[in-house]
Design a protein around this ligand. Structure first.
Ligand code: PLP
Length: 444
């Protein structure tokens, strides 16, 4: 580490709590090992001048890679016209038009600044529309850091959680009164979910679900079954497409699975690296965001940067780029290549595993069983997964944890880089005896 980087990290520790931009468990970040200065395509460059492969991509946001020329050029032109125009802006209008064309459930669109904001609005909206209060979410799902849904996420402490359907907060400072408005069900389990719905039907305002939960795939019958139940009882169904949106296909998971929800929320990939979120849905619900709605029947919703022209421009051009032929072929080829390459390596080391995820959302678990929900995912060998995640940076890969992603700039070279990083990690762990200790530890 050069002096410049070491000084920056010292300064970060002095002025920023923990020199970190986040606090969530169970793998809390330590003091940074490097500082990223710039990014181009699939790579980032540290202040030490080291080139690293990026497989985190701003938590899955940079679907076109870093510093995409088309996006940068369009945003540069918009900067010359103004960066915040305090109104519905031309780029936001054009973006909304394109999203309505692309997304099956979208009659109308509201542009906000993050997935968390979109999630807050979606929940408020279904409560307003139904006059009910409870929201059903799935165990292990994350819908943003707001107080209303930060319960039983994949960042919590499952051994301290209450039984279904009671919600347990994942953060200090969350009001326990909020927990009473949230119901928790196991993912992919229609039987228990239906029972919880039946028992709470008079209070249930909506159901929010990730069509692929983090890296766990939904069973084909699960989303379809949820939709049938929601239609039967007139419960609004919200898809959280912050991860799947514009990544698994242009029309998102709802297009891919052929299940159309009532509302859907977006973030991440939509903005190609610019801070954006969106809530889209059917007129019957989106009218609650219309200030001219009958009898003032609308919810409170405003943000200083909503409908922002810069972020909307980035999103508009991102969708136009993704619409071009070959985008999804590239994303999926890389995803499938990584999934099968990793699987071959794990087989070589005789590590029982399952590969999950969809297209360019790539996930794996070390287990001989199936992974269908959060509880089965944490019964896998997490220490082994952490071993891989925590060693990636030694092989100049940014991104650990196990859920990998890619951009349209990731190709053969990046695939080889990634596979060799994982294989070298396991090789080192085997020769030092660490691998055996972790495997034996999991058997005790
Ligand atoms: C499925 C899902 N929903 C919502 C969010 C929150 O989005 P943001 O980080 O933009 O607030 C995230 C973020 O990781 C997410 O993965």
């Amino acid at each position: 580490m050069n002096q410049y980087t070491s000084d920056l990290i010292t300064k970060a520790s002095k002025y920023i709590p923990g020199a970190s931009y986040f606090t969530l468990g169970p793998n809390l970040p330590g003091i940074p090992e490097f500082i990223i200065e710039k990014g181009y395509g699939p790579y980032v460059y540290t202040t030490d001048g080291v080139k690293m492969l990026d497989v985190t991509l701003a938590h899955g946001s940079l679907i076109l890679g870093h510093s995409n020329k088309v996006i940068s050029e369009a945003v540069r032109k918009q900067i010359a016209l103004g960066t915040a125009l305090t109104n519905i802006t031309k780029p936001a209008i054009e973006l909304a038009e394109l999203m309505v064309e692309i997304v099956p459930c979208a009659d109308k669109v509201r542009i906000v600044n993050s997935g968390t904001e979109a999630s807050i609005l979606a929940i408020r909206l279904v409560r307003a529309a139904t006059g009910k209060e409870k929201i059903l979410k799935f165990e292990g799902a994350y819908h943003g850091f707001a107080d209303n849904l930060i319960f039983n996420t994949n960042y919590g402490k499952p051994n301290e959680w209450c039984p279904y359907p009671e919600a347990s907060p994942d953060s200090l400072g969350v009001s326990l009164s909020q927990a009473k408005t949230v119901l928790i069900a196991p993912y992919n389990n229609l039987e228990i979910t239906s029972k919880i719905i039946d028992e709470n039907i008079h209070d249930l305002a909506g159901i929010i679900v990730e069509p692929v939960m983090r890296g766990i795939n939904s069973r084909p019958e699960f989303l379809k079954g949820l939709k049938v139940i929601c239609d039967k009882y007139k419960i609004p169904l919200i898809f959280d497409e912050v991860i799947t949106g514009f990544r698994v296909s242009l029309g998102g998971a709802q297009e891919y699975f052929g299940v159309t929800p009532d509302l859907s929320i977006y973030g991440k990939s939509l903005g190609a690296g610019y801070p954006i979120g969106a809530i889209v849905g059917k007129d019957s619900l989106m009218k609650y965001l219309d200030p001219s709605s009958e009898n003032g029947n609308h919810i409170f919703s405003i943000g200083s940067f909503h409908s922002n022209p810069l972020c909307s421009t980035a999103a508009l051009y991102c969708l136009k780029e993704l619409k071009k032929n070959g985008s999804y072929e590239k994303l999926n080829n890389y995803g499938d290549g990584l999934r099968s390459g990793l699987s071959q390596i794990f087989e070589q080391y005789e590590l029982p595993h399952v590969m999950t995820g969809l297209g360019s959302i790539i996930e794996f678990f070390f287990t001989s069983g199936a992974v269908t929900d959060y509880k089965s995912s944490i019964c896998s060998n997490l220490a082994l997964k952490d071993l891989i995640g925590s060693n990636m940076y030694k092989f100049k890969v940014v991104g650990g944890g196990g859920r990998y992603t890619c951009s349209i700039m990731h190709g053969e070279k990046e695939l080889d880089w990634m596979l060799s990083a994982v294989s070298s990690t396991l090789d080192n762990a085997r020769s030092t005896g660490v691998l055996n200790r972790i495997i034996e530890g999991s058997m005790n």
